[in-house]
Design a protein. Structure first.
Length: 336
């Protein structure tokens, strides 16, 4: 999302990117001379900028820590998750709720906070009453994919099997991504192999054991991080988005852009992005409902796929997202 926002803004505005850490589990996005790594206690020239826009709790904490060195620049943050759902799943209930509460205290000093959906804005309004929740902006991606060079992860298996893909994201395969639900359904979906794209985590050990206990381990494939996501999606027959919690899924947008049939968990962010006429939903933890959703996808033609794609073009492109952020920047800086 940050990459899309920077590239869109840079067409008419001066944009610099500062980042606090590098990861060895996936490539660093190339922002050329606009990107610079800094340390947490390193002070930048804050007032060189009209807007300081942070993403993730660590970047928010950086701006909060250095707030006394800022005089004129306005600060906003984008929240990419539902903290009181996501953090307890990631860190345990006690630590997760503590982190969420501390995050709210940090954001009280900001000039505004942006959520990814209307439901997320309501989520935070109930928890962080003193935080300035100024708006929500749907994520956007480029309308067209770049020329496909071929996936870096081959998925050649038994040619008689259909390919079901799960895009667990660069963040990794964890409980929040809901992959276990799909594995539990596999004994009732003998026509499919499942391919999971996403950084390998400890959760995968539990999923491998689950697949083994159900006798489907040969049909479940964990691919690790996949760089050429669009090419990989093209190899799949159907995509599944089984997450238990999401801010606003860029992965789901990539699937819809590729015009692939998709089965989604019936969570608030998915339901806000698309409706029953565009994707096939299933109720969380209800394996019968998941199997039924897969059957619907198998029996239907491309009608849902086409409807979902048309909605993507109308509402979820980079251009739409960037224009909304420009309005927020002007609003926060009192320019309108």
């Amino acid at each position: 999302m940050v990459e899309q926002l920077i590239n869109g803004l840079a067409e008419s505005d001066e944009v610099d990117l500062f980042y606090l850490e590098e990861r060895d589990d996936r490539p660093l996005i190339d922002f050329g001379n606009r990107g610079k790594k800094i340390d947490f206690f390193e002070r930048i020239d804050f007032d060189r900028y009209d807007i300081l826009h942070s993403h993730t709790i660590k970047a928010d904490a950086y701006l909060w820590w250095h707030k006394k060195h800022r005089r004129n620049a306005k600060i906003i943050s984008t929240l990419h998750n539902l903290a009181y759902e996501d953090l307890p799943m990631q860190y345990g209930r006690l630590k997760g709720n503590l982190l969420a509460n501390l995050w709210g205290k940090v954001l009280r000093s900001f000039d505004g906070v942006v959520c990814l959906t209307e439901e997320a804005q309501k989520h935070y309004a109930g928890h962080w009453k003193s935080v300035k929740l100024i708006d929500f902006v749907y994520n956007g991606i480029e309308k067209e994919t770049k020329k496909c060079r071929g996936s870096d992860q081959k998925t050649v298996t038994n040619r008689s099997k259909k390919k079901m893909g799960i895009l667990a994201s660069a963040g990794g395969v964890g409980e929040r991504k809901g992959v276990d639900q799909v594995i539990r359904a596999l004994p009732r979906l003998p026509a499919y192999d499942v391919f999971v794209a996403g950084k390998r985590t400890k959760e995968i050990e539990h999923l491998v054991e689950l697949s083994r206990s159900l006798g489907v381990e040969k049909r479940v494939h964990f691919l690790g991080f996949v760089a050429e996501v669009a090419c990989w999606i093209e190899e799949m027959d159907v995509m599944v988005a089984p997450s238990r919690s999401e801010g606003f899924s860029l992965g789901l947008l990539e699937i819809v852009r590729s015009r692939k049939p998709v089965v989604c968990s019936r969570i608030s962010s998915h339901r806000e992005a698309f409706d029953e006429s565009e994707v096939s939903f299933f109720t969380l933890e209800d394996i019968d409902d998941f199997v039924a959703a897969m059957r619907r996808v198998e029996s239907e033609g491309p009608v849902r796929v086409d409807r979902a794609y048309q909605r993507f073009v109308r509402e979820y492109t980079t251009e739409a997202m960037v224009e909304k952020y420009r309005r927020i920047y002007r609003r926060v800086s009192n320019a309108e």
